[in-house]
Design a binder for this molecule. Structure first.
Ligand code: ADP
Length: 261
């Protein structure tokens, strides 16, 4: 059994300009673990996950998904393996929430095959898990940013992927849902052996919820390892140009990361 969900070697990528955006990235994303990607704005986080989900093609390098060359996956097999929730959302406004979440089941369907009771059960479960069931008959553009975000996570859950890739999934959520969604992600990794790749801005959440972290800086891997190894005063100061304090939380056996003004 392959221990890695994704494994990439010397990945290089640039948009049509000559500026290299991803520089020689060599990374492993472990199966059944939560790997957080952190780094300042513009460091290449979204570009990296677009390469992982094959929305963008690398200029050079090797990309493997469960040991198989990513380029060799049929589109349908890729959709069955990897679910992606991006920040941008555009074309789906004319659909109801229920229909959008049902779209997560399409990779499982043959041409003209209609949804069955199992699909309905899975979609209902995804709506309930994200607390969006009450919006099921509404249109996406009638919802708030945070509600939309939860609906798109529900669609990815209905897809039942082996790897779930999330681009800042909690950016529009209030504190309650930030914690709820992160706990749910943790449960998926633990109970369903799902591999999670998640871009997070909040270093405290990254520290608490991720098994592994990748710190990107200017398109290169600055550091990778456990949260304890990666979130150090020195790393954060060098990459984010800000001083932090890491304070031990004796009560919860964790840490608080706070900027030191
Ligand atoms: P992050 O997600 O870490 O904020 P991005 O991956 O979005 O970073 O962007 C990395 C770099 O690539 C930035 O300098 C950004 O301006 C550039 N970039 C992003 N998208 C495009 C694009 N479509 N065309 C050209 N450059 C882009």
């Amino acid at each position: 059994m392959n221990a890695h969900a994704y494994s990439i070697k010397k990945l290089n990528f640039k948009y049509d300009t000559n500026r290299m955006i991803l520089n020689d990235l060599t990374l492993d994303f472990k199966k059944g673990q939560i790997t957080g990607i952190i780094g300042p704005n513009g460091s290449g986080k979204t570009t990296l996950i677009k390469n992982l989900s094959r929305i963008l093609q690398p200029d050079s390098g090797e990309l493997y998904l469960f040991g198989k060359d990513l380029a060799k996956y049929k589109q349908k097999d890729l959709a069955l393996t990897t679910g992606v929730v991006f920040q941008e959302r555009d074309s789906e406004f004319q659909f109801t929430v229920f229909d959008i979440v049902m779209m997560g089941r399409y990779p499982y369907k043959k041409k003209f095959e209609v949804e069955n009771a199992e699909d309905y059960a899975i979609v209902t479960d995804a709506l309930e898990k994200t607390n969006t069931y009450q919006y099921r008959n509404r249109y996406l553009d009638e919802l708030s940013g945070g509600e939309k975000q939860r609906v798109l996570i529900a669609r990815a859950l209905a897809q039942e992927p082996k790897v779930l890739i999330l681009d800042e999934p909690i950016s529009h959520l209030d504190l309650h849902y930030q914690v709820e969604i992160l706990k749910m992600i943790q449960e998926l990794a633990k109970l369903k052996d799902m591999s999670i790749i998640v871009i997070l801005h909040d270093l405290n959440f990254a520290y608490k919820f991720c098994d592994q972290l990748i710190l990107l800086n200017e398109g290169a891997v600055f550091d990778q390892g456990t949260p304890e190894e990666v979130i150090t005063k020195e790393n954060i100061n060098t990459v984010y140009k800000v001083q932090i304090e890491i304070i031990k939380d004796l009560k919860n056996n964790g840490y608080h990361i706070i900027p030191a003004y």
